[in-house]
Design a protein around this ligand. Structure first.
Ligand code: JFZ
Length: 443
């Protein structure tokens, strides 16, 4: 009896996250994971009625816009210049292999036709059309996989109760029924996995909203997210569909990939990211913004340069990870010109150098400020990312080298291997400002 009690005490205190029980991924799922790992580069799209205000996707929370006021936004949302084919073509030309789009963000507004709520693009906007439908069709035509971002947290629906730690000052929120909310999410996920053909994956976000904050640390999760049922539902409907969750924790059973928000695996740059000890073995995905915002931000001119973008792809790949690069389309449905241009440049680079990125795994040495390694079979690609130095050192380099030459010019690379590692000389006249790639073929 005592033992029985102590188990209950343990469960009460630690409230484990209940995951999809003894999840065994299907063959299709494992193949999809391999495809994902090889894909290396995708387009993230944050688009919703918040785009109208040009102040990011958190505007409802940041400006404490009441539910009543926010509900006026859909009536202005009429993206007459939205062209799914153009978006997909832009992504494809940039070298991206998949698109992840916000089907419903924290504002609770569904950008697709849903029978589970009236708060949708079809029922509340003058546009009246589901945007996921043409996007799914365009992706299918172009061989691009489509993933759906789906927010677990909701600032609009009263049934998202108990409320989390965000959106608490939004006027007009009331109490509701958590179980009804879970049923609502299941109904919507069923729609998303039934009405749009084969879906690459579901990208959950908002788990962290329900962690209790004691003024110093984020403690235990207040609610039961029913991940066991939700993940099972998804895998039952589409076994190949990859599940990821932006909870910043070690993977939970039932998930198929692990994501790192604005962070390289193991770095926890933000301090609230994924701890190094929580980096798992699933395929990885880093996500980052093309400027400084996810949703359209009118005043954000911190557009990343071609060099920054390419180097982030390379560094992510050096960790064996994909990069999911975000754009926030404007309320008219167009993507801003600065971002189209940046993506064109990245595309040019990927066409010339993609062989050193796609279908690679992370190399033998983790990326650092100077370099990153990628590898496929017996070939390693050393990406020199610091153009201010001419001498480089790779600590603990092991492996017997058959040949070592510049990827572009095919010229030989001066190097020396000692018991401590490898010294490499990259003179300025051999350097590429963005990435000097050295191909190393092992014996
Ligand atoms: C989340 C979203 O809130 C954001 O709008 C965007 O979609 C991004 C990709 O993902 O970002 C987070 C994640 C975690 C926290 C805050 C924002 N957090 O732990 O407070």
């Amino acid at each position: 009896m005592k033992r029985f009690l102590s188990i209950w005490m343990f469960l009460l205190i630690f409230q484990p996250i209940i995951a999809q029980e003894s999840y065994i991924p299907t063959k299709e799922n494992l193949e999809a994971r391999q495809w994902f790992q090889d894909a290396k580069f995708g387009l993230f799209i944050h688009w919703g009625v918040y785009s109208i205000l040009g102040d990011g996707e958190w505007v409802m929370n940041n400006q404490n816009i009441s539910i009543d006021d926010y509900e006026k936004l859909p009536s202005f949302f009429n993206p007459i210049d939205f062209d799914a084919d153009e978006w997909v073509k832009m992504a494809k030309d940039a070298g991206m292999k998949y698109i992840t789009i916000t089907s419903r963000h924290h504002d609770g507004f569904s950008m697709f036709d849903s029978q589970a709520t009236d708060y949708t693009i079809v029922k509340k906007t003058p546009y009246k059309k589901d945007i996921l439908k043409p996007l799914a069709a365009a992706c299918k035509r172009e061989g691009i996989k489509l993933f759906f971002y789906y927010s677990l947290l909701d600032w609009h629906d009263d049934n998202y109760f108990p409320r989390g730690r965000t959106g608490t000052k939004i006027p007009g929120r009331s109490d509701g029924d958590w179980e009804v909310y879970i049923a609502f999410m299941k109904a919507q996920l069923t729609e998303l996995l039934t009405n749009y053909g084969e879906i690459g994956g579901i990208w959950f976000d908002g788990h962290w909203d329900q962690k209790e904050w004691d003024g110093e640390i984020f403690g235990k999760v207040k609610v039961d997210w029913h991940y066991d049922e939700i993940y099972k539902l998804i895998h039952d409907l589409q076994p190949q569909c990859l599940i990821g969750n932006n909870h910043h924790l070690a993977p939970i059973e039932g998930e198929d990939f692990q994501m790192f928000e604005r962070d390289l695996p193991g770095h926890n740059t933000t301090g609230w990211g994924t701890d190094a000890s929580d980096v798992g073995d699933l395929p990885k995905e880093v996500c980052e913004t093309i400027n400084g915002s996810w949703g359209f931000n009118l005043k954000d001119n911190k557009h990343k340069s071609e060099k920054e973008l390419v180097q982030y792809i390379v560094r992510s790949a050096g960790y064996g990870s994909n990069l999911l690069l975000n754009v926030g389309p404007m309320p008219n449905g167009e993507i801003q010109l600065e971002h189209i241009k940046s993506l064109e440049k990245v595309g040019e680079w990927m066409r010339e150098n993609g062989e050193t990125i796609y279908k690679t795994t992370g190399g033998p040495v983790a990326p650092n400020d100077d370099m990153a390694f990628t590898q496929r079979g017996n070939t390693m690609y050393l990406h020199i990312l610091n153009d201010a130095k001419e001498l480089f050192f790779v600590e603990n380099f092991k492996g017997k080298i058959k040949s070592m030459h510049y990827y572009k010019s095919k010229e030989k690379v001066n190097h020396k291997i000692s018991e401590y590692g490898m010294f490499i000389e990259v003179p300025n006249n051999k350097k590429d400002q963005i990435d000097t790639i050295i191909e190393i073929v092992l014996k």
